[in-house]
Structures are given as C-alpha cells and as structure tokens.
Design a protein around this ligand. Structure first.
Ligand code: GLN
Length: 221
C-alpha cells in the first residue's frame, strides 16, 4: 500500500485531495496498481504513515506558525529529508520548503529542503493573479496546454545547487504578455523525489499534473 498525504494545516489542501482521488479513479488500477491511498495530514501519526507528501498553497507564514505551534514542524523537517519519500510543494508549499527566501519574506521559518532562493509574492498582489496556458511537454508527455493559476505566487530567484536541482519550467514573457516575466523559474525538481511549483495545478479542471506526480515521483520511490 502506498499512502500520499496532503498537509492540511491551512490553505488549498482539499483541491489536491480531490485531484489525487480523481487520478486514482481515472486510472482504475491500470498504471498505478492497487492500494494507492490519499490522506490529509494534521498531526505526526498521520504524517509517518505517508510515503509521499503534498504541501499545498495558502499562506506560508500561517502554515509555518501552525506547524510550529502544534508540534508538527520538527517531524516535517525530518520527513522531507527522508529521500525515500516523494515531496511536492505548490506555491506557499514551495516557500515552506525553500532553503532561502529573498529579503522580503525572511520572517517565515522554512523547512530548508529545496536548494533554491525563493521570492514571495513575485507577481504582486492578489489582483495581479493570473492564469497562463503553459507548455509542459518537455517533462510531461503530451501536456502542451496546461492551464496554470498563479495567485500571489512566488518565483525561484536562484538555484543554490545546480548539481541537485533541475529547472523544469521558466515563464515565457511572450506567452504571458509581460516581458518582465520572461525566464522566471516556476517549476523545478530536486533529485528523484522533490518537486516544487509556483503555481496551482490543483485549481485547474485538469488532472494531468497530478497524474504525472504520481507516476514520476510517488510510484518510482
Ligand atoms: N503569497 C503566499 C505566501 O507568501 C502564497 C500564495 C499561494 O500559496 N497562493 O505564502
């Protein structure tokens, strides 16, 4: 049995649960095999049952403070360092995983796993949120038109360990209509087991990103 946990302290966790469940339903045992289970994680006992953990979007300061106050922070710190676990952080989840934050976001206590420097709210305020069709076909087969949502999203400003981190996707300034966004890193993987994205694939009516996470990360553990 393989258990995928979704951290459920705060933020858009239920959307991840629904997408992952939809993946299992659609797959109907064809590729994934039997016994994949999705659970929400609010406490340590639930966390340690998991083989993979998705850290959702939301608000990274709150997420970190709640984890510190309810005693989960230290377990999360250990869990994400176990290379036999698959980890995926989206948006606030990416911020929470970052080794370094740019000056503006320094007050968040992070898990310091992802070897990158992350800039919070890189696209401006809530009103500057946007959806962008992205061509992910260089890493997800046949996925050239994925609708990604950026909500007060962070970007990966700098890769701190280029030997360990592979950039998966950079925004294309022409595609977004904003030349200033050209080349901003919004998706990366670190080794076999860690995935980070600035955007929210769980807010699209499209499960291809989650299906790829299950196949490429969770089932390859
Ligand atoms: N701006 C938020 C933060 O700094 C992240 C936003 C999101 O997850 N949609 O935590």
């Amino acid at each position: 049995r393989c258990v995928i946990g979704v951290l459920a302290l705060q933020g858009a966790f239920i959307e991840h649960v629904h997408h992952l469940e939809q993946c299992i339903e659609n797959d109907a045992g064809k590729c994934y095999g039997p016994g994949l289970e999705i659970v929400t994680v609010k406490e340590s006992a639930q966390l340690w049952r998991c083989d993979a953990l998705v850290i959702p979007g939301g608000e990274s300061t709150s997420m970190s403070l709640i984890a510190q106050r309810n005693g989960l922070f230290d377990d999360l710190y250990k869990f994400v360092r176990d290379s036999s676990k698959a980890i995926w952080g989206t948006c606030a989840g990416l911020i929470f995983l970052a080794e370094e934050l740019s000056t503006q976001g320094k007050l968040v206590k992070t898990l310091q796993l992802f070897k990158g420097r992350v800039r919070r709210n890189a696209f401006g305020r809530q009103a500057q949120s946007f959806t962008q069709e992205c061509d992910f076909s260089s890493f997800i087969p046949n996925c050239s038109d994925f609708p990604t949502t950026f909500i007060r999203a962070p970007v990966i400003e700098k890769i701190l360990d280029p030997e360990k981190v592979e950039v998966l996707y950079k925004l294309d300034g022409v595609g977004t209509g904003h030349a200033s966004m050209d080349g901003l890193i919004v998706a990366a993987r670190q080794g076999q087991n860690v995935l980070v994205t600035s955007f929210h694939p769980e807010l699209a009516a499209d499960i291809r990103f989650h299906d790829w996470f299950i196949k490429e990360f969770v089932l390859k553990l």
